[in-house]
Design a protein around this ligand. Structure first.
Ligand SMILES: Nc1nc2c(c(=O)[nH]1)N[C@H]1C(S)=C(S)[C@@H](COP(=O)(O)OP(=O)(O)OC[C@H]3O[C@@H](n4cnc5c(N)ncnc54)[C@H](O)[C@@H]3O)O[C@H]1N2
Ligand code: MOO
Ligand SMILES: [Mg+2]
Length: 413
């Protein structure tokens, strides 16, 4: 049994990110949210594109108004009105100003904008009541970004701010990494689909549904291979198909020590190198991780069958692997935050222990509440509505109510 941190390192080492030249798709910007940028983006445009006004007011020459005050306002002749979207036609001379609006191009000759509220108007003249700072309210050309520099790096996830930047940079279509393909199947003679009336001894397959949902949430494409009987030939056929057609394979069940736990044996027959067989964690002790050095780069995760164990191992190990494979340049590791636990948390100290519960916002601070009900890895019922896993390291048997604990976020809080 390997420690969790060793298992994490082995897995992340096995994962090779998708190829930035071959594993790409070109998508419209509006379809690009949550996709991962495959190329760095450089723009030939400066931001701002030209000197423009940050206020509705008057474009002036600083030297003309630097002494202005309410008793002795500077009085300037208005020679032009410049709405946003128009190019000025004049050059501001000494004693002159242009009426200007937010976003409009600063006219030649002017270097400063006085906001409207600090002025008064007498027909064609403006009275500047307050001296501005030099260059005040001018958004200088290229002061946000200079053409030719890198605007966005490769390997970032595109959210609203990045998509806004790409739109502004006139990139209506962009290269993103394709979504990783993740084959998913459940193993077990006892399993039936949710629409099958149960015979004695049967169990509804929930793992395929949970894993398909998590795979999609992680930005990958599920390839659903259904329920596979505990029959070595069928299982071997399914595994061979899955590794040939996916980047990652997730099976659940059949990885423990029982008579019908065939997964490891079949992987070996197929030429797999098995890197992990068991992890010192609970839930999630029986976890098989393998790859196929002679065939391709597919990584096989044989997740434990117990419903909570399958999901905990997904959150802890598979999700970071998918994120790294998907081309994310950084931030794929599982992230923990420290919060106070409202409830007492107990473990036997022998394996790293994951306790499911919920982060609640109390007076502006998140606190961990252990889920009520039975904390058995076969009980998926009280996993509903949780969003965090509290982690007790090996050797720690108690976190008293009110003490701090590390938690892994498993859903948005
Ligand atoms: N003698 C030992 N027995 C077990 C050990 C052990 O160390 N020694 N480990 C236990 C632990 S911990 C776990 S976790 C399970 C893992 O077992 P498998 O991965 O071999 O899974 P199965 O035996 O196929 O099933 C276990 C359990 O989960 C239910 N299951 C399976 N698939 C699904 C599914 N798709 N949807 C819903 N439920 C599923 C299955 O019916 C079993 O109840 O082994 C322990 N045993
Ligand atoms: O690891 Mo098992 O996952 O404890 O139930
Ligand atoms: Mg078993």
């Amino acid at each position: 049994m390997l420690p969790v941190s060793d298992v994490e390192a082995i897995i992340l080492n096995l994962v090779q990110p998708l190829n930035a030249e071959h594993d790409i798709e070109i998508v419209d910007l509006l379809a690009a949210s949550d996709r991962i940028l495959a190329n760095p983006i450089t723009s030939q445009l400066d931001f701002p594109h030209w000197d423009n006004s940050a206020m509705d007011g008057y474009a002036v020459r600083y030297v003309d108004v630097k002494q202005a005050n309410a008793e002795q306002p500077a009085i300037l002749e208005i020679v032009e009105e410049i709405p946003a979207g128009y190019q000025s036609k004049t050059t501001i001379q000494p004693g002159q100003a242009a009426r200007i609006f937010t976003g409009a191009v600063i006219p030649a000759g002017a270097d400063t904008v006085v906001m409207q509220e600090r002025t008064s108007r007498e027909e064609n003249r403006v009275l500047i009541q307050v001296a501005p700072q030099p260059q005040e309210f001018v958004r200088r050309k290229a002061s946000y970004y200079q053409a030719g520099n890198q605007l966005l790096p490769a390997g970032i996830k595109l959210k609203a701010p990045e998509i806004a930047v790409l739109a502004a940079a006139q990139c209506p279509q962009i290269k993103v990494y394709r979504r990783p393909e993740v084959a998913i199947f459940s193993t077990g003679d006892e399993l039936v689909t949710p629409n099958t009336p149960l015979q004695p001894g049967q169990i509804v397959d929930s793992n395929n549904y949970a894993l398909a949902t998590l795979v999609k949430e992680s930005g990958a494409e599920p390839l659903l291979l259904g329920i596979v009987k505990d029959n070595p030939d069928v299982l071997q056929e399914t595994i061979a198909y899955a590794i040939a057609n996916a980047d990652i394979v997730l099976s659940s069940g059949g990885v423990s020590v029982g008579e019908y736990d065939y997964v490891d044996k079949i992987l070996e027959d197929l030429g797999a190198k098995i890197h992990i067989r068991a992890v010192a964690m609970t839930p999630g002790k029986p976890l098989t991780v393998a790859n196929f050095p002679q065939q391709n780069s597919a990584i096989y995760f044989g997740l434990p069958g117990n419903p909570v164990s399958a999901l905990v191992t997904f959150w802890r190990f598979v999700q970071p692997a998918i994120k790294k494979l998907a081309g994310l340049a950084e931030g794929w590791e599982a992230k923990f935050i420290k919060v106070r636990s409202r409830d007492e948390l107990r473990a036997n100290g022998k394996r790293e222990t994951y306790i499911w519960g919920k982060l609640n916002l109390v007076a502006g601070v998140y606190e961990f509440y252990k889920a009520g009900g039975n904390h058995n890895s076969g009980n998926l019922i009280n996993l509903a509505q949780t969003n965090a896993l509290a982690v007790l390291p090996v050797g720690q048997t108690l976190i008293a109510a009110g003490e701090e604990v590390q938690v892994l976020l498993i859903a948005a809080v």
